[in-house]
Design a protein around this ligand. Structure first.
Ligand code: RB5
Length: 149
């Protein structure tokens, strides 16, 4: 599994902390920026990460901005992406178990690093439960096809 990481300035510190955590576990990461000391638009960096998923280079993404919300809005514009802004262990687990979320969005201005690492761990460990949830996710995929071709 390879995970795309991207942030704006508000999520930069959290991105760096999560990147170190993942690399320490031996999980490959693609750092799509931003770099230190920059003030940037989260949209541009979210796009980079989503393109790396669209090309097949990365299987999942973790995006960071001030709240996680802007990045989730950007990511959900891309085909096949189910992005969720999560703020605790429960939302992270359910985003995987029920929504088959493939893009976790975290807020650098709302989470401490220790909280974020717990969320990332829970998100990585939780598995999609399928069953009735698969039917619902399939409806989302159909909706995407109907609306965007
Ligand atoms: C940047 O100031 C902030 O607006 C951004 O990081 C994010 O919170 C947007 O959703």
């Amino acid at each position: 599994m390879k995970i795309a990481l991207a942030s704006d300035h508000a999520g930069y510190e959290l991105k760096e902390g999560v990147r170190a955590f993942l690399e320490n576990k031996g999980i490959a990461c693609l750092d799509c920026g931003c770099g230190p000391g920059e003030t940037v638009d989260y949209v541009d960096y979210g796009i980079r990460a989503m393109e790396s998923m669209g090309s097949g280079e990365c299987d999942r993404a973790i995006l960071f901005c001030g709240t996680g919300l802007g990045m989730a809005i950007v990511a959900n514009k891309f085909r096949g992406i189910r992005a969720a802004a999560c703020w605790n262990l429960h939302t992270a687990e359910i985003s995987r178990k029920h929504n088959d979320c493939n893009c976790l969005c975290l807020g650098g201005r709302v989470l401490e690093l220790a909280e974020a690492l717990g969320i990332v761990e829970a998100w990585l460990n939780a598995r999609f439960e399928g069953g009735r949830h698969e039917r619902r996710v399939d409806k989302i995929i159909d909706l995407e096809k109907k609306n965007f071709g």
